[in-house]
Design a protein. Sequence first.
Length: 331
Amino acid sequence: MFLEKVFSGKNDIGRWIALIMIVMTGIFVVGLIPLKIAMFLKLNDNPDLVPDPENPFDFWSYDISPVTGLALTTFPFVIGLLALLFLIRPVHERPVISLFTGGESFRWKRFFWAISMWLLLLVLYSSISIAAGIQKILTQFNLESLIYLIIVSLVLLTIKAVFEETFFRGYLMQGFTKLFLNRWMPALATSILFAGFYYFYPEVKAFGLRILLPHCLWFGIFLGICTIMDEGVEIALGIHVINSIFFAIFFTDQSNATQTPAVFNILDTNSFIELIGLLLISLLFLQFARRKFSWPDWNYLFSKIEEPEISEEMNNEDYGFLEEDEDNERY
C-alpha cells in the first residue's frame, strides 16, 4: 500500500514542516542563484536591456537564449529533488522508495507504459486539434536549436517532473493521508497546491484564471487518481514526464512563461476546448490503465484509511517518551 507508507518511520508535524521548509528554500533561494547571476551579468554587460516587469522569465529581454533560460528555470527543481531524496531517510527514517511506490521497487514497466500511452493520446489529440483548426500554428523548425532543446528537456524537465510527482503525489499526499485518513482529500488538497504552483505564471494572465487554473487543477487530480488506484507514482510520473517534454519540444506560445524554439508556435487556440480535450484524453487513459493493471472499483478512491495501532514500544521509540516500570526503573 502506498499512502499507508506514511505510518512507517517518524512523522510528527515538526519533521514535515522542517523538510518542506528546506525543500522550498532549496527551490526558491538556492536554486534561483544561477538565474539571478545570469540576469545580473547580462544587465551589467548591457545596461540598455529593458526586462519585462510582468514576465521575469522573458529571457529575450535579458539577451538569454530561450533554451538556456529553460535550463536556468528548471535548475531549482534539481535542488528541491536532491533535498527531498537525501533528507527523507534522516528526517523521517524511512527509505526513499517509499516516496515512489507501495511495492519493494520502482515499477519501470508501468512508467514506460504510461509514457507510451499518454504520448499516443497527445499526438492523436494534437493532430485532430490542428486539423480541425482549434489550434492555428506556425512551423519554426531549426535543427541546431531543436537538438539543444531536446537534450535540455530530456534531462531537466524529467528531473522537474520527478520532483513534482515525488513532492506532491508522494510526500504531500502521504502527509495529508495521515491528517485526513482517507484517499480523496489528499488527492484534492495536493491538486489545489499543485495548481497554486502555477498561479503567478504569465499564462494565467494571458488565458485567465477561469481557463488555465482548471487545466492545472484537473491535471493534478488526474495524476492523483492514477497514484491512488495504482498504489504508486510510476504511472503519474510517466504521464508528467512525457507531457512536459512533448509540449516543450513541439509547441510554444507567446504567452508561455518560457519561450522555446519548439517545432510549432501556437498563433491561436481555444483554451476552453483545450480543457475539454484534456478531460477526454485523461478519462480515456484512466479506462485503459484500469483494464491494463486490474485496478479496483472507482469507489476505492473514497475509501477510508485506518491508522495502525502503535504499541507502547513503538511509541517510545518514535517520540522519545520514557516510561517507568513498577520498580521505577526507566527502560
